[in-house]
Design a protein around this ligand. Sequence first.
Ligand code: GUN
Length: 281
Amino acid sequence: MFKLISGKAIAQKRQEDLRLEVENLKNKGVTPSLRVILVGHSGPSEIYVRNKKRRAEELGLDFELIRFDETVTEQELIASIESLNQDQTVDAMLVQLPLPKHIDEEKVVQTVSPYKDVDGFSPINFGYLWQNNPNVIPSTAGGIMTLLEESEINPASKHVVIVGRSNIVGRPLGALMLNADATVTMAHSKTKDLKSITKQADILISAVGKAHFITADMVKKGATVIDVGMNRDENDKLVGDVDFDDVSEVAGAMTPVPGGVGPMTILTLMEQTIEIAKKRV
Ligand code: GUN
């Protein structure tokens, strides 16, 4: 039987618990605070950040969006992060990626204090994750693990195939799946005969960023398919990487776009902001 995995419903269910946690912390004099740095006005980042802001405000967090023009220098950006590192009223921060080409993304990510790095992108937090001793973890990867847990799909001993090896999703998800005892294959743009690999997946995750990338002939019957893509199709409609109508004929369970992984990313970000703030109690 086919199961639609609604990230939206799971995130809503957990939202009330989080709201109560924030209320509890506020009663103890701690309001979790999150700062998001956004450079420029690219469409997808604007949408992601708008959603983060809305959810943070619904939960009663102290949220501030720090905007820079596309022309900001690397030095200015780094100075702003350093000032947030020092600011005692700030629990957590993230720099929305991607950044304009003239800024060294790696250098920026390395400037964020590992104690405030709510995205888990700093080399220290990445290292903890790969040592199976996670501290803060990247939100999309973490959100996917929660999604599977809530859907009672245990990756242990399953063959998990991840398509896409970005630092934001593919790589950290590979570590989390390995930590959860899955057998992991990480496929990417240089992988040969991708279809023969994706066909072996008990759990197939696509984080590629191309509409219609995963088709029904690439999926094993009954597999779980998680779609991380956020793309515009030829009619400007928001779609994932997976050809939903075709693949849902073959898959056992699947996430939709929108309403699948996206809400789980934001939920995880809020959970981790609250966890960091709890250290102040
Ligand atoms: N760009 C796309 N996804 C993310 C994310 O989870 N965090 C940040 N900082 N940038 C992103």
